[in-house]
Write a protein that binds this ligand. Sequence first.
Ligand code: PMP
Length: 285
Amino acid sequence: RWAYVNGRYLPHRQAVVHVEDRGFQFADGVYEVVTLLDGRFADLDGHMERLGRSLTELRMGWPADPRVVTMIARELVRRNRVVNGSLYIQVTRGVAPRDFKFPADTPPTLVITVKRVAAFAKPAQLEKGVAVVTVPDIRWGRRDIKTVGLLAPVLAKQQAAESGAYEAWLIDPDGTVTEGSSSNAWIVTRDGTLVTREPSEKILNGITRLSLLRLARERGIPVEERSFTVEDALAAREAFLSSAGTFALPVTRIDGKPVGEGGPGPVTMALRQAYLDYVAGRASR
Ligand code: PMP
């Protein structure tokens, strides 16, 4: 297995960065995860665009031209012979003596890895849906930037796992659901409207989220970008989550209570299929 670190393809176990790397010292870096489905990157352009935006927000430059980064990613996938998997790209502000202020003239660190994924969802997750638990959203104020500072989501996901749930839905102080610890949150209301929170500094604007919104609109599904509460979700017909690695995945229990009929809903499953068809370059059924 091969990884890419600052200009070199290395055996994965030798792929290391320095202890003074600002990613390690300050979480001063950004990342992207891109799914590889049947040899195709899902929404690669969207992920690269968001990487550029994250870099700009942190006043960092590209470690190389985005087209070069893409080329390296493709070469890494080829070397690892991965057909279905997950690509990870991380850029940090580089290696410099520990000091909060930006270092002058330090080249960024670029790390790219890829791993195989046997199945993006377990059959039971698609047949029964997944459970989520709610936890207070204690993250910082710029969740629109995809930084490697992920302590709050780590704690939230661990709490979910310890409760036997797949994901944690994070609750804003105003009582609304912001998003999942590593996914966006959606509901389908009783009248059939698809609802997901509007983009703001309170959430990461998911690339999968954006594609699902477009696919839904193309299919004539009424869409509202607005916040919703757990009570709204429990009263809804369907709920689901979205991310690069899960596409659209039905959520059927929230804090132990069933959503809708308690099983995956038709809108969720149709959008999941539409997304898979879109990535595969197929016209949708
Ligand atoms: N919100 C958060 C907090 C996330 O970490 C992720 C996963 N990166 C998402 C939403 C979903 O984004 P995407 O669809 O681009 O994977």
